[in-house]
Design a protein. Structure first.
Length: 286
């Protein structure tokens, strides 16, 4: 990587600077469960994340401009515009689950949205809601109210981030629904370009940033199995692991089963064969 300087490592991505305006985001095959990166990689997972993100970037430009400049031939590296990321995570929820379900049970609200009484776990909400969270650099992201988020980014920018995030969610959930997948919730990261315009960055509508549920087994009133990570989670549970680092090594059959599910998510969402993506990553942006 002679043309780039390594600037940071996320849980999943390595970040390099190409120059003052451009970054190279390289998605590794690392997998995290319960916020812990496991010692075993899932081959091609990074390619799935990069391919799915690029697929959406190419299809959502009418809603919001994005950071993608070029997809590299390895299928896992993306040249992108360097942005000044907003200090909030832009979460949209169409169904009540995860931390939203916990907050609702405790208070009847999620991030200041008062929700109807009597919702059951995993139930679809009357309308998708924007539920921002802080960007925690250590530990878990924390849900915040609209007022707190508006204070962090400014009223006007908050309103714009909400409008963009809801529009992206609607687009993604309709597309996924037509392919037998429920998009329960998802997280976007928006940043500012040098002109002060909001731009979609990071990854978008991937299995790592979203909860995808198989529509054919969906039923409200209980937790739903996740499309891709459930296999790994179930394995970790059988090991009696306490969910603190280090996580357990994964045996070959769990690695293969998880890889197959990531590839299936790629193919069902994009209608493109994963082998075609490997042969020429540009197929997802055409
Ligand atoms: N266009 C961009 N300009 C600047 N930063 C970006 C851009 N796109 C993404 N990022 C940042 O790059 C990082 C991506 O790395 P990765 O997805 O591995 O991190 P993460 O695991 O989500 O975050 P962390 O490890 O901090 O919890 C994120 O911190 C994200 O905010
Ligand atoms: Mg990330």
């Amino acid at each position: 990587m002679s043309d780039a300087t390594h600037v940071a490592s996320g849980k999943v991505r390595e970040i390099y600077a190409l120059d003052d305006e451009r970054l190279l985001l390289v998605a590794s095959d690392r997998i995290s469960t319960f916020d812990v990166v496991l010692p075993t990689d899932i081959p091609d997972k990074g390619r799935v994340l990069t391919g799915v993100s690029a697929f959406w970037f190419a299809r959502t430009r009418e809603i919001v401009p994005n950071h993608l400049l070029e997809l590299r031939d390895d299928g896992r590296s993306m040249e992108c515009r360097r942005l000044e990321m907003l200090p909030i995570e832009c979460v949209v929820r169409g169904y009540i689950t995860g931390s939203g379900w916990k907050d609702y049970q405790a208070t009847g609200e999620v991030c200041g949205h008062r929700l109807p009484a009597g919702l059951v776990e995993s139930e679809q909400l009357p309308e998708p809601i924007f539920t921002p969270a802080t960007k925690a650099h250590t530990g878990h992201d924390e849900n915040i109210t609209r007022e707190q988020a508006a204070e962090l980014v400014g009223e006007e920018r908050f309103a714009e981030a909400e409008r963009i995030s809801l529009a992206l969610y609607r687009h993604g959930s309709e597309w996924a629904a037509a392919r037998g997948i429920v998009l329960a919730d998802t997280k976007f990261e928006l940043g500012l370009d040098p002109a002060g315009r909001l731009v979609l960055g990071d990854e978008a509508l991937t299995p790592d940033s979203s909860r995808f549920w198989p529509a054919d087994s969906y039923a409200a009133g209980r937790g739903q199995p996740s499309f891709d990570k459930q296999f790994v989670r179930d394995y970790c549970e059988t090991r009696g692991w306490d969910k603190t680092p280090p996580g357990p090594e994964l045996p070959d059959d769990v690695v293969e089963g998880t890889r197959a599910r990531y590839l299936e998510a790629f193919e069902r969402l994009t209608d493109i064969a994963f082998d075609d993506y490997l042969a020429d990553p540009e197929v997802v942006v055409r």
